[in-house]
Write a protein that binds this ligand. Structure first.
Ligand SMILES: *Cc1c(COP(=O)(O)O)cnc(C)c1O
Length: 365
């Protein structure tokens, strides 16, 4: 089924959200100016709102989460440096190798539960100060984790690893593409969770429902550096207030409702329990991402994803057997309630006629 069909239930990503009429109205009436000269009042307002919310000195608006992450990395590192990151981190695997291309940085990937790092995972991973060795410069954390399963960092764990990083001369960057899903689920404030971080990147184009836009927050010096990088990366904009107005609207109107997405995700996970051939853990569904697996004897994740697409349900394959369903503001409880039936239906009909990739969408060989 065409994803634009009105009855298509699109759980492929929270990036699928479309701006509401009210958001579009805010964009239409936005006061704008030349942002590259710091003259766009709406961008300035958005940056000030984020500074206030996160307790940081400065912020800079960016086109995408990839861009704001890369601006952050470049603010902390010099060519030849390495950053420490979980092996499932977006920065390491879903940004096209950008740290190496844009800043000459290598990603040193580490293992850890649920896409998160602990002190045990990190200890001993900072290289000695020696001319032979790559300089370890930055710790990157993701909150909530994406490929890691939609989990949020416990505040204590996050503080502990960031304190350790700082004590050892590293900087800390948080890929907070879904940071407000984390604050909603964990119950900590944006200020609390951002306090141990030097820089934080946030996406407006995910659960907050904006058509585009991200932001990087940090110290005055770091953000001044990031502003230069934004220009170099081709991301400095002019009347960006048209987009920033959507982001301001989202901060004022779409934050409270994130809990609904989490409730819908948990509801979906609970409804998937007991479907033969599917394994899922409702307790592990902490935010808006529902991960579940198909038994390999029945078929692989890609085959199930394609079969569901045909009957009007968009759920992405993440690995050989793993799928990810993502709830968001354009998805209602009623739509969620139709998903288990659709899965039962396609499994009953059999999914082996669909071409599947044996290793999943993100691997080959
Ligand atoms: C979506 C996302 C980003 C940003 O991706 P863009 O495609 O640049 O919008 C960064 N980190 C995580 C964890 C994400 O899920």
């Amino acid at each position: 089924m065409d994803p634009h069909h009105p009855s298509y239930i699109d759980l492929r990503s929270d990036t699928k959200t479309k701006p509401s009429p009210e958001m579009l109205q805010a964009m239409l009436t936005a006061e704008v100016g030349d942002d590259m000269n710091g003259e766009d009042p709406t961008v300035n307002r958005l940056e000030a709102m984020i500074c206030e919310m996160l307790g940081k000195e400065a912020a800079v608006f960016a086109c995408s989460g990839t861009q704001s992450n890369q601006m952050g990395i470049r603010a902390h590192c010099l060519p030849g440096d390495e950053l420490l990151i979980h092996e499932l981190g977006h920065i390491a695997i879903f940004e096209g190798g950008a740290p190496a291309i844009l800043s000459g940085i290598s990603c040193r990937t580490l293992t850890g539960e649920k896409g998160m790092l602990t002190l045990e995972n990190l200890r001993g991973k900072i290289r000695a100060d020696d001319q032979h060795l790559t300089r370890t410069r930055l710790l990157c954390v993701e909150n909530t984790t994406n490929a890691g399963g939609g989990h949020y960092y416990p505040l204590e764990q996050l503080t502990e690893i960031c304190d350790w990083a700082h004590e050892n001369g590293l900087k800390t960057h948080m890929d907070g593409a879904r940071i407000f899903n984390a604050t909603t689920a964990a119950g900590y404030s944006p200020r609390e969770v951002c306090a141990p971080l030097d820089t934080i990147s946030i996406c407006f184009s995910k659960g907050l429902g904006c058509p585009m836009g991200s932001i990087l927050a940090g110290s005055k010096a770091e953000i001044a550096h990031a502003r230069r990088s934004r220009k170099i990366f081709g991301g400095a904009l002019r009347q960006a207030g048209i987009v920033a107005a959507a982001c301001v609207y989202a901060l004022e109107n779409n934050m409270e409702r994130l809990q609904e997405d989490h409730d819908n995700a948990r509801f979906l996970a609970e409804q998937l329990v007991g479907i033969e051939g599917i394994s899922v853990s409702p307790e592990a569904t902490e935010t808006n991402l529902v991960f579940f697996d198909i038994q390999p004897e029945i078929g692989n994740a890609m085959q199930l994803s394609k079969a569901l697409h045909d009957v009007g349900v968009g759920i992405g394959a993440m690995g050989h057997t793993q799928l990810r369903a993502c709830t968001h503001l354009n998805i209602s409880r009623e739509q969620i309630a139709q998903v288990p039936g659709a899965i039962r239906k396609v499994l009953k009909a059999g999914i082996d006629r669909y071409q599947g990739i044996s290793t999943g969408p993100y691997a080959r060989g």
